[in-house]
Structure formats: structure tokens, C-alpha cells
Design a protein around this ligand. Structure first.
Ligand code: CU
Ligand code: CU
Length: 312
């Protein structure tokens, strides 16, 4: 009896502390239609965005948190825009309905599932709104935190892959895959690949032997990605980024349109190496979808931490 009481007391304490730790997080995104550079040479295109960047801001919360969300639409916009959060359960006709330029929508939701989730615009035509850049990433860290099967990484990076079409491509043409120009990695072709683009200045960095965690999201409107680290192996992969969905020692991982995964890579600890992280579909890789990860002792200690998960 004494034991039962004690465990009941313990359970209550655990439940209360889990509840007490759950936070309410205010998130505001503003739909903005802007001209943005779509490559390292600075060529620009009219893009549709959240907060003026591709991808939109990284949102990071913990499982069990409540997101108080506000969507604003810049009054200078020409189109109606909306938000579709994959990380929650809603009414598609309510929270996800489009709003007109100069207006605002607010709603709240609790994040019940851990993982790496896409948010994107769902306004008609979705093909055009997404392929002009209206997408971003939401990381929901598991409430258990790090465990033996979900170890703490040394660095973390977000890579979000989208399409680039010719600026004048209509919604119909985009849907049909016509006037396709290439792949954007975090908003630019060959963003982190000085090997294929002499104008590229940034690479992902780590020290030899570090565990590098990649949050990878495929925002291409109609095409699968074959995600592979050239000269490396995915040590572990978590489908949808959920610690319960673990796979070991993978070479390529298929990532469907509008899905996300977590993939860890650990480089040899006894020498400097480099990896080319690619979508192994050559149509995608050779049109912008290659990222260099440099593993050397000179690695910038800030990269892959804090505000530097998406390198801009
Ligand atoms: Cu939109
Ligand atoms: Cu979606």
C-alpha cells in the first residue's frame, strides 16, 4: 500500500513536471512577395515567401508545446496566401484558408508528434505558391530529449530542397513540370557547393569525427529525392524525424515531396575529409542539388549551432 501510494505520488509529480515544462510559443510569419537572389551569382526572381526568405524562418519547439500562431499578409502582395502546418491537426477550410493582402489570421495548436515538419502555403495554385518559395521547416524536439537511440549531435544543419522554375512559368506549366530550371537548396542553386559553382562562398562545416545531424526536407512540388552523402554513410536515419522511426547504416534515403527526415553522418575522426551531400537523382544534383560538408579541425565553431542551422 505504501509502495502504491508512493508510486502514485511519483507519477503525479512526473506528470505535473512534464506539464509545467510545456511552453507556449508565439510565432508570427508574414507572407511577402519579393525579388530574391536564386543563385550565388545574384540573379534574382520574383519569389513568394514567409518573412522574405527561402526557406522561411526555422521554427523550433518541444513536443507538447502550444504554438500561438499569427499569419500576416503584406499589404503590398498581389496574391492571397495561407499556411499549412504538417505538424498539427486542423480544419483545412478553417485554419488553412487563404487570407487577402493586408489581413491577418491567428490560431493556436499543440504539437503532439516529434519530428521535422514542413509548413507551406496552400493557396491556389499550390504548385505555384510552393515552387515560388513559400515553405519552411518546423522542428519538434522529442519530449524525452536525447537518449541512447537518439544521441545528442555535435552540429545540426537544416537543408530544404525546392524547385526553381522560369519566372514566367504559369501555375499550369509548373504543375506539368514545364519550364523547370533546377533545384534550390535553402533558396539558391548550388548554395553550398564551390566545386560546381565558383560563386559559392559557404559550406557546411564540422570537425573530424563529429556527429552531424541533417534535417532534410523535400519541398519540390512533384519529385522524389534520393538523399545520399557522397563519400559517407548515413549512420542513422529517422523517418519523419521521429526518434521511434530509426534506421541504421543507410546509403540513399527516399524522401517524397513534402516530407522530412533526420539523417546523421559521422566522418572519420583521424583525418580531414569532405562529403558531397546530394539528391542522387542526377537531374536534381547537377541542376543545383549538391552541398559540400567539410570535416576539418578548422571548422567554424559557430556553424551548426544556435542561429546557424540554416546558413544564409
Ligand atoms: Cu502563397
Ligand atoms: Cu502539405
Amino acid at each position: 500500500m505504501k509502495h502504491l501510494l508512493l508510486s502514485a505520488l511519483l507519477l503525479t509529480t512526473v506528470l505535473i513536471s512534464a506539464e509545467a515544462m510545456a511552453a507556449t510559443v508565439n510565432v508570427t510569419l508574414t507572407a511577402r512577395e519579393v525579388d530574391l537572389p536564386i543563385d550565388n551569382a545574384g540573379h534574382t526572381q520574383r519569389m513568394w515567401t514567409y518573412d522574405g526568405t527561402i526557406p522561411g524562418p526555422l521554427i523550433r519547439v518541444t513536443q507538447g508545446d502550444t504554438i500561438n500562431f499569427t499569419l500576416k499578409s503584406d499589404s503590398a502582395n498581389k496574391e492571397s496566401h495561407s499556411i499549412d502546418f504538417h505538424a498539427g491537426r486542423f480544419d483545412v477550410m478553417d485554419e488553412f484558408a487563404p487570407i487577402k493582402p493586408g489581413t491577418t489570421r491567428k490560431f493556436s495548436y499543440k504539437v503532439d508528434y516529434p519530428g521535422v515538419w514542413i509548413y507551406h502555403c496552400g493557396s491556389d495554385s499550390m504548385a505555384e505558391h510552393i515552387s515560388r518559395g513559400m515553405y519552411g521547416a518546423l522542428i519538434v524536439d522529442p519530449k524525452e530529449g536525447y537518449t541512447k537511440d537518439f544521441p545528442k549531435p555535435d552540429r545540426e544543419y537544416v537543408l530544404m530542397q525546392g524547385d526553381l522554375f522560369q519566372n514566367d512559368a504559369t501555375a499550369k506549366e509548373r504543375t506539368a513540370g514545364l519550364k523547370w530550371e533546377g533545384v534550390l537548396i535553402n533558396g539558391k542553386k548550388f548554395h553550398y557547393d564551390p566545386v560546381h559553382d565558383q560563386n559559392a562562398e559557404i559550406m557546411l562545416e564540422s570537425k573530424p569525427g563529429e556527429r552531424v545531424r541533417i534535417y532534410y526536407l523535400n519541398a519540390m512540388i512533384s519529385e522524389w529525392s534520393s538523399f545520399h552523402p557522397i563519400a559517407g554513410i548515413w549512420d542513422r536515419v529517422w523517418d519523419n524525424g521521429n526518434p521511434k522511426n530509426m534506421r541504421y547504416g543507410m546509403q540513399t534515403v527516399s524522401v517524397p515531396p513534402a516530407d522530412g527526415i533526420i539523417a546523421d553522418i559521422v566522418s572519420p575522426s583521424d583525418r580531414s575529409t569532405a562529403n558531397a551531400i546530394v539528391d542522387h537523382d542526377m537531374h536534381h544534383a547537377l541542376n543545383g542539388g549538391i552541398t559540400i560538408l567539410m570535416n576539418s579541425n578548422d571548422a567554424d565553431p559557430k556553424k551548426g549551432h544556435g542561429d546557424e542551422l540554416i546558413l544564409r
